[in-house]
Design a protein around this ligand. Structure first.
Ligand code: NDP
Length: 281
């Protein structure tokens, strides 16, 4: 049987560590505050926003909540971000994506002060990650590195294949694995003979956005498989991009869905908020 990488347990450990850090910072007079902005009332976004606020409360981070109507203009949103950038008591600013179509997402991401960019999406944050300087890192890939390290899985020298090249998962994931001295290949929809590429992987990270696409034919015997995907199947049950039942018997370690990568994203968001407060006090 493979090692089942328990994201729920590891994210709880991280949150407990952060709780202590927050208490220590508070004792020194540094309080921590995350501003969460949601435009419109997309139900999935509301769930994510609520979970983020709950995590803040658990750790001892204050959260400011801005629930703006669907018809909020780009100028109004930019003006709120500008105000929050200027507020000394706000350490992190998060705009829940996606924003409504009439708002330019890139302009919003760029407007957030990189010192408060706890999502790690600002071009400056991506740039610092690329050249190996300190800065905020996108939470899902940062969480995957924690999953690997805290499960005792060595990255250095390993063949790492990432399927997917999105700005929030695939690309930062590849850069982080490279930073950890993995030998990294990024596969995408134009990759020729995907199976041949993925079968080289000692560590396979799947962020393809297609339910259960990755079966055992894509996986080398003994590989570590990290499943980033989240979908609801016909029975309304959560599943990933990996066909877990088919792949688990052939790999050495695997993340389940739910309970693998998912819980790590919020834990790392909390980590980034605490870092922001500690660095900018
Ligand atoms: P995107 O849709 O932005 O990116 C998907 C990537 O997969 C693209 O780079 C695309 O290639 C590639 N791709 C699509 N089809 C194929 C194929 N047949 N073969 C090879 N590559 C393919 O998705 P995200 O990166 O945003 O998310 C990926 C998954 O992770 C989704 O299921 C999402 O729900 C989930 N997710 C989970 C999070 C969590 O907290 N657990 C957080 C964020 C995302 P190309 O670039 O060529 O189009």
């Amino acid at each position: 049987m493979p090692q089942i990488i328990d994201g729920k347990l590891i994210s709880t450990q991280i949150k407990e560590e952060l709780k202590e850090k927050v208490a220590a910072l508070k004792a020194e007079g540094t309080s921590i505050c995350l501003a969460v902005i949601q435009v419109g009332n997309d139900p999935a976004s509301s769930v994510y926003v609520n979970n983020k606020k709950k995590a803040c409360a658990y750790i001892g981070i204050e959260s400011l909540s801005y629930e703006l109507p669907e018809d909020t203009t780009q100028e109004e949103l930019l003006s709120l971000i500008g105000e929050l950038n200027d507020r000394k008591d706000v350490n992190g600013i998060l705009v829940q994506l996606p924003v409504p179509k009439h708002i330019d997402e890139d302009a919003i991401i760029k407007a957030i002060d990189p010192k408060k960019d706890v999502d790690g999406f600002h071009p400056q944050s991506v740039g610092t990650l690329c050249i190996g300087q300190p800065g905020f890192v996108s939470c899902t890939p940062a969480g995957i590195i924690q999953l690997l390290k805290r499960s005792g899985i060595e990255i250095a020298g390993k063949e790492c294949v990432v399927i997917g090249r999105s700005n929030i998962v695939g690309k930062p994931m590849a850069l982080l694995l490279l930073r950890e001295n993995g030998t990294v290949t990024v596969a995408h929809s134009r990759t020729k003979d995907l199976k041949e590429v993925t079968k080289r992987a000692d560590i396979l990270v799947v962020a393809v956005g297609k339910p259960k696409m990755i079966t055992r034919e894509y996986v080398k015997e003994g590989a570590v498989v990290i499943d980033v995907g989240i979908h609801r199947n016909e029975a309304n049950k959560l599943c990933g991009d990996v066909d877990y039942d088919d792949v688990a018997p052939v790999c050495s370690a695997i993340t389940p869905v739910p309970g693998g990568v998912g819980p790590m994203t919020i834990a790392m968001l909390m980590h980034n908020c605490v870092e922001s407060a500690a660095l900018n006090r």
